[in-house]
Design a protein around this ligand. Structure first.
Ligand code: AMP
Length: 396
């Protein structure tokens, strides 16, 4: 089967066409600045150079149309006609409490997703527009929704409730949901597979450390806790997001700076994290360089980042009463040996020992811990698109 995987943002659309038998990516690309002047399509067929085109994309339907044209283009395309696309898998950010797994997208399901819009006002409406655009252009092709929140729906109430009046949960569903679920599911399953074990027999902590970052505790195959909350702002210090802070800071800064709580929220999402702390960059490559050149704030930022990760891991060891596997994934987790080492230095109490040479490997599946380490520490590259394609095939 050929599956088109679509990830729609408010002004962007990422796609991959995946052959589900070989799990090969036939083509991938990105539409940027949809609805804004200067919209652009970057299309990359497998084994060929990227093709960039400035195209007029007033809306997502136009963007999907250009993607379909790029995929069937006689020169740069990878399929002869749209009939070759057997199914479409969509990444959907928020499924609220309604979705604990992937679903075939029907009118009823779209209505239920629309009801989750207020929990992810920037993301869900964009996801829905992407789905409707595909329905318009390819009405016969089955579509599947894969939710970022679904894997975490197994969290018990003690993990998902906040210590605030219960009525806010009853009235507005204010609770912890967690995100990056597709990645936490994929990586924990793959970690078990690499070890030749069943995930149902293991206690796994997945550290998804990318620009957005989250940790999850996967106990015998089920997620029992994760670091992101009602929104992806909670938890770790991220590229530009603050992660956990004292909630009183919002009011305090709003008062001092003469701005609204909404504006502070934007600062916490877009100008905080390692970017705000270091005053250098949200990119860990820039931070590593600055730190190596002796920039003290860059060094402190990396220390604060690693410390927060280590504290979360510790709390999940407590939550699961132990841990068998700690898996690193995503941009930083897969590639940044220095940050991994800084984090692993805290795990002496767990009996973790790391092979320094193996820790230098980038972007590959590898076991970093020594054979006698009490806990297996590994790198497992994530692949959310492949996970979405697999879910799609399983459902259609
Ligand atoms: P992601 O959101 O998963 O794409 O991760 C983005 C983050 O990964 C950025 O902060 C990058 O600095 C980091 N990253 C990606 N590649 C590398 C690399 N080769 N070395 C160090 N950090 C990297």
């Amino acid at each position: 089967m050929k599956v088109l995987v679509i990830n729609c943002g408010s002004s962007s659309l990422k796609y991959q066409l995946i052959d589900s038998e070989t799990e090969e990516v036939l083509a991938k690309g990105l539409c940027e600045r949809i609805g804004i002047e200067g919209s652009m399509l970057t299309h990359q067929p497998a084994g060929m150079d990227k093709i960039k085109k400035e195209l007029d994309m007033p809306d997502h339907t136009a963007a999907v149309q250009f993607v379909l044209e790029a995929l069937t283009d006689p020169e740069s395309g990878c399929i002869a006609s749209l009939d070759e696309i057997d199914a479409i898998g969509h990444r959907i950010v928020h499924g609220g409490e309604k979705f604990s797994g992937s679903v075939i997208l029907t009118d009823e399901v779209l209505e239920a997703i629309t009801e989750c819009n207020e929990l992810a006002p920037l993301h869900n409406p964009a996801n829905l527009i992407g789905i409707r655009s595909c329905s318009k252009l390819m009405p016969e092709v089955p579509q599947v929704g894969v939710f970022d929140t679904a894997f975490h729906q197994t969290m018990p109430a003690k993990a998902y409730l906040y210590g605030i009046p219960y009525e806010y949960y009853e009235k507005y569903k204010v609770r912890r949901y967690g995100f990056h679920g597709t990645s936490h599911d994929f990586v924990s399953a793959r970690a078990a597979e690499i070890l030749g074990r069943s995930r149902d027999d293991l206690k796994i902590i997945v550290c998804h450390l990318g620009n957005g970052a989250s940790i999850s505790a996967v106990d015998h195959g089920k997620c029992v806790d994760t670091s992101m909350g009602l929104t992806p702002l909670e938890g770790l210090i991220m590229g530009t997001r603050s992660g956990d802070i004292d909630p009183a800071i919002v009011d305090f800064i709003a008062d001092k700076e003469g701005c609204t709580a909404k504006e502070v929220n934007t600062i916490l999402n877009k100008k905080s994290g390692v970017l705000g702390l270091s005053r250098i960059s949200s990119d860990f490559r820039d931070l590593a360089k600055a730190s190596a050149e002796g920039n003290e704030l860059a060094k402190t930022t990396l220390e604060a980042y690693a410390y927060r990760v280590a504290k979360y891991v510790g709390s999940y060891v407590a939550a699961m009463n132990g841990v068998d596997v700690i898996a690193f994934t995503a941009g930083v987790g897969e590639n940044n040996a220095e940050v991994r080492e800084m984090i692993c230095r805290y795990f002496g109490y767990l009996g973790v020992t790391i092979e320094e040479e193996k820790n230098q490997v980038r972007g590959e599946e590898i076991i970093l811990s020594t054979p006698d380490s009490a806990v297996t520490v590994m790198v497992v590259p994530t692949n959310e698109e492949l996970a979405i394609a697999r879910e799609t095939v399983a459902l259609v």
